[in-house]
Design a binder for this molecule. Sequence first.
Ligand code: KIV
Length: 271
Amino acid sequence: MSVYTTPSGEISVASLHRMKRDGRPIAAMTAYDASFGRLLDDAGMDIVLVGDSLGMVIQGQDTTLPVTIDDMIYHARAVRRGVRRALLMVDMPFMSFATPEDALANAGRLMKEAGAQMVKLEGGAAQVATVRRLNECGIPVCAHLGLKPQSVHKIGGYRIQGRDEASAQAMLEDALALEAAGADVVLLECVPQGLAREIGSNLGVPVIGIGSGPDCDGQILVLHDAIGVTPRPPRFARDFLAATGGIAEAMESYVEAVRERRFPGVEQTIE
Ligand code: KIV
């Protein structure tokens, strides 16, 4: 048992908020099945995310757009069976939260049928009403800002977001509005280090980064990028398996590197 877990030894939303207050980095990783769920849990991961990245890394699709709510439930139920300690976060796939009513129905399914403890949805100020509605119903939410892969066709590729002053200011305002609406965690994907730092220092809730520099309150990676499976991994990833030679050791080494702020290093950071 630790000060960061519930009496039954689990990571809760309150645990994540305490980690932010104490400056203890949060370690998170994606998983799509029970075996990796257990492995990540045993390595001491604080959050296991069933990401809609499963569309690309598991199903072999070109984007995350074809992923359905039933796909998410199938994989989340499997991961649920492997995870005991970590908080289980599950992505809301493309078009499953187009209205607050759709979001409520689909988030409810993720919680009831798959055992999700938090849902994640992509979007800025446009999602404020949805986040407020989920919050009113007791559903913890992570708001995903920065690069939003479900909007790939709108933004024209997987690019760094928030580079110019206007878009950086808009992202900060979105994050504040989502926090005020009840978001429990904010995730920033591919955001310059300085902007990620600014958003983190203005929010009371934890900011988890992916490709957003070392100053976030926590880090997350797609599992396949962290164990050398992705053919052309993003620049912000590191192959932890190459350095350790075993998957369990690789996951432990990732958790340790995040906790000691050795990951991401300069070579994985976007200025
Ligand atoms: O779907 C996913 O794996 C994600 C990560 C990029 C954080 O959202």
